[in-house]
Ligand binder design. Structure first.
Ligand code: NAP
Length: 280
């Protein structure tokens, strides 16, 4: 795959990593970074994640062959609708947002003729923010979920797939709703749990935390605004997984209340089995 002009809207951790990967792999001749603050764009330019900066969304997409949105999930659909009329026919639009159903539903079938959209979500990243934490190898060997619908143009789906594969990802196709249900369990619930646990730590116990507490709560260091948007966009699937977790918490509480050693052992063994199966 070879792209003449790649436009990245939102050059933070994910957008910056896409730019670095695309440049390192010789995927794009020009990488235009679009953002609201010149200072962030200048940092991304200095890090060589992009080759040009632009603070005007419609100007930034005008010459693009492919546009990737890497802004917070509650902004992406509106940004796509605003800029799509400025895109050239044949332009492919995708995104890296962590939730898919609401976004895809808002965009699907609502773009000007000749402009395609296919949703994506790379399952790679960290709790850090901004282009200074971007990594060229972030997507290597990692799954990217691409979320076509019945309305998607098959050629646009194939191009979206080829783009993520060219960045080193392994692509999995899921419909947007199946993506959101799966990610509620594998990403959004862990974030909620880490935040809840970190949130109840009394200040005076901070010096007594060690690797266990820090490993378990690492993702709670993520940006609250970014994650509020994710939780709200995926509210119903997240509530369902929270119910499942509550059931498991209740089982622990019941076993502890009754000093039921075998039940505690069985619950811990179930957790260990599932965690060991993940590997490192
Ligand atoms: P990030 O480092 O904070 O970058 C977010 C980008 O969006 C920045 O360029 C920021 O610009 C811009 N932005 C934030 N608020 C904005 C607003 N109100 N208007 C316009 N631009 C705004 O976050 P990130 O981790 O790269 O996340 C970007 C997207 O990738 C999100 O949709 C997220 O769900 C998704 N994602 C994240 C991860 C992860 O692990 N981090 C993994 C997969 C997917 P400024 O510099 O001006 O603030």
């Amino acid at each position: 795959m070879r792209i003449r002009t790649l436009t990245i809207v939102g050059v933070g951790l994910i957008g910056g990593s896409i730019g670095l990967a695309a440049r390192r792999r010789g995927l794009a001749e020009r990488v235009v970074g679009v953002g609201r603050q010149q200072a962030t764009l200048d940092r991304a330019l200095a890090l060589e994640a992009i080759t040009e900066t632009c603070t005007d969304l419609t100007e930034g997409v005008r010459q693009a062959d492919l546009v990737v949105f890497c802004t917070p999930v509650d902004l992406i659909a509106d940004q796509i609708r605003v800029c799509a009329p400025a895109c050239r026919p044949g332009t492919l639009i995708t995104d890296a947002g962590s939730t898919k159903a609401a976004l895809v539903q808002a965009v699907d079938g609502n773009l000007p003729k000749g402009i395609s959209f296919v949703g994506s979500h790379p399952l790679a990243g960290s709790e850090k923010r901004g282009p200074e934490h971007a990594m060229a190898g972030l997507f290597e060997g990692r799954v990217t979920v691409v979320t076509p619908t019945a309305k998607s143009d098959p050629e646009a789906v194939a191009r979206t797939r080829a783009f993520w594969e060219a960045l080193g990802s392994r692509v999995v196709l899921l419909n947007p709703e199946a993506h959101d249900q799966a990610l509620a369990m594998t990403s959004h619930l862990p974030h909620l749990l880490a935040s809840a646990l970190a949130g109840v730590l009394p200040d005076d116990l901070r010096p007594l935390t060690a690797t266990g507490f820090r490993d378990t709560t690492r993702v709670a260091g993520g940006d609250p605004a970014l994650w509020t948007a994710i939780f709200l966009q995926n509210r119903m699937p997240l509530l369902k997984t929270l119910e499942t977790l509550r059931g498991q918490m209740d089982a622990f509480q019941h076993a502890l209340t009754h000093a039921d050693g075998p039940a505690i052992d069985a619950l811990l063994a179930q957790g260990k089995r599932n965690r060991d199966a993940l590997g490192n």
